[in-house]
Design a protein around this ligand. Sequence first.
Ligand SMILES: [Zn+2]
Length: 104
Amino acid sequence: MARYPAGAYTKGIGDPVPRHRRNPRRGYDAEGRETVPATIANSAANGAYAIRAECQCGHEAEVPIGQFPPEMFVPDAGLGMVCSACGRKGPRTVPAWRRVSDRP
Ligand SMILES: [Zn+2]
């Protein structure tokens, strides 16, 4: 059951993708079409100072946002990373936003 009306979600592109074929690093709209992820440049412009990598083991690390190509999608930033605590590859990656109290 959708929590919001269908029009409230970001519209995806292309054809609907069946659930079993969906990419865990992508979002999908109510009809199952892939939505375009945020890029490094887009996140930096909105105030992200780093990319936070979150491993399944609970280890987290922040990598300065300037170390990634601007056109890279944020969910893809972890593809080349290895967890320094447990050695797992490909942590989940999200933008790390400046604290409200640190904003100019
Ligand atoms: Zn780990």
